[in-house]
Design a protein around this ligand. Structure first.
Ligand SMILES: [Zn+2]
Length: 451
């Protein structure tokens, strides 16, 4: 009998639930001789505890379907995770080449690779995300704040970012993207609630991430995160060609700046709310991987994470009130809760989509067992990752595209307000007898945990 020598790989794939479940006493059932490296969709990537760090270097989860292009020249495929994804070892100098090869796939979108985190995962099924204000409530002051977000404000931020020419992480201009985004937040006229804006540096990119923190007044140790990415990409050449990135992802940045401005006019949140602009998403989710890893090491309680990446493409006629939620790497309960908020405030219906040839920074959080949600544009923008991703290219569909971004900005505000427990704005004295009040509920009710 001929013996086959199985090729050894340092990582293997097991069902996600098998590594997270605990027994009745709360002890992990997972065999502790293995390390959990990352959660990916319905699976987990694991390695033996004695695997050398060298063997786990330069590993990426790559979106590469079974019938995808041959990428063997760009790295070694170690294991298939599911029908859409593999784990590959990719040396840093081959990352750009791999991205170009992956872009040959029809329908390829953003976030085609994600570096594996280097910190341990908490082996427990996540608690269902609990909103501070129940998602069935419809509060006038939140509705009013949502109406205050205007498409012109979104357009202005998108145009300013596009006019940089490129935000590719390792270009000189791209390395100023963090400053640019920081300036949007610092230019807010009504800075309130002790909000702080800071830049975060990374070891694998010179581009900096941006973190805006609005401290919680009741449960500051519980954090609600809203994310987007500040870099852009050009699939043809990462350095010489323009990469305006209007949809991908100036649209996400613009929505979060709008959410921030709205929050500054409302009352303080019960929980801490953070708005993140991640560096270098396109080359392996570098910024979000670092930040999520840091929060996991510090045992930060992130109760819910929402990502906005690509929300500036008009839907088909008749689908203006449809929200699409990507199932991969997101939390089912959170999808349902956000869908309920959309129905309550925006009269939207929701659909779930699968097998998207792309991902985003929420996957960095999901990998470490945080609950995430990713509402996404649909159908796909054909102008991604090139000189054509501009407001101008949208032509006579620009208005509809900005309406789509507006819908996502307002949805994100509802998420921040309900999960963060944002209270009504401070009452302003009526100008004359019978004048308008603040229209909000009493603080007690707004802060009451109903979820
Ligand atoms: Zn993107």
């Amino acid at each position: 009998m001929v013996g086959f020598v199985e090729k050894k790989t340092p990582v293997s794939v097991v069902p996600r639930t098998s590594v997270l479940e605990r027994d009745k006493k709360g002890m992990p059932l997972w065999d502790t001789s293995s390390r959990i490296l990352a959660l990916v969709g319905d699976n987990a990537i694991v390695a033996k505890k004695d695997t050398s760090p060298q063997d786990l270097k330069h590993l990426f989860v790559v979106i590469l379907p079974e019938d995808g292009p041959d990428c063997s020249a760009c790295g070694e495929t170690l294991v298939r995770v599911d029908s859409n994804r593999v784990v590959m070892r990719v040396e840093p100098e081959k990352v750009n080449g791999l991205l170009s090869a992956l872009h040959a796939m029809k329908g390829a979108r953003c976030g085609l690779l994600g570096a594996l985190p280097e910190v341990p995962i908490v082996p427990a099924l996540p608690e269902p995300p609990s909103p501070w204000i129940g998602v069935e409530a419809k509060l006038d002051y939140i509705k009013h704040a949502m109406k205050g977000i205007k498409p012109s404000a979104l357009e202005s931020v998108i145009q300013t970012l596009c006019s940089m020419g490129t935000r590719v992480h390792d270009t000189p201009k791209g390395q100023t993207a963090g400053d640019k985004v920081e300036a949007f937040y610092k230019s807010t006229r009504n800075l309130a609630h002790q909000a702080k804006v800071r830049l975060i540096s990374h070891k694998d990119t010179k581009q900096e991430s941006v973190i805006v923190t609005i401290p919680g007044t009741v449960a500051p140790g519980e954090t609600v995160v809203l994310g987007c990415h500040i870099d852009s990409w050009n699939a043809a050449s990462s350095h010489d060609n323009p990469a305006p990135g209007a949809d991908d992802d100036a649209s996400g940045v613009a929505c979060l700046v709008a959410v921030f401005n709205a929050l500054m006019k409302l009352g303080p949140p019960a929980r801490t709310i953070e708005l993140h602009g991640y560096a270098a998403e396109e080359v392996g989710r570098t910024g979000s991987k670092d930040i999520a890893s840091c929060y996991r090491v510090q045992a930060r309680n992130v109760v819910a994470m929402l990502q906005l990446d690509m929300v500036l493409y008009p839907p088909c006629p008749g689908e203006e009130k449809v929200l699409w939620f990507v199932r991969q790497d997101t939390n089912e309960t959170l999808r349902q809760q956000l869908s309920a908020l959309g129905a309550t405030y925006l009269e939207t219906t929701s659909q779930e989509i699968d097998d998207v040839l792309g991902s985003s920074d929420h996957a960095s959080w999901f990998a470490l067992n945080y609950p995430t949600v990713w509402p996404f544009e649909h159908p796909s923008n054909g102008n991604l990752h090139g000189a054509g991703d501009t407001l101008e290219s949208l032509g006579n569909q620009k208005k509809e595209a900005l309406q789509r971004a507006l819908l996502h900005a307002r949805l994100a505000l509802a998420f921040a307000a309900h999960f963060g427990g944002v209270s009504a704005p401070p009452a302003t004295p009526p100008r004359r007898r019978g004048g308008a009040s603040n229209g909000g509920l009493s603080r007690k009710k707004a802060n009451g945990r109903k979820g």
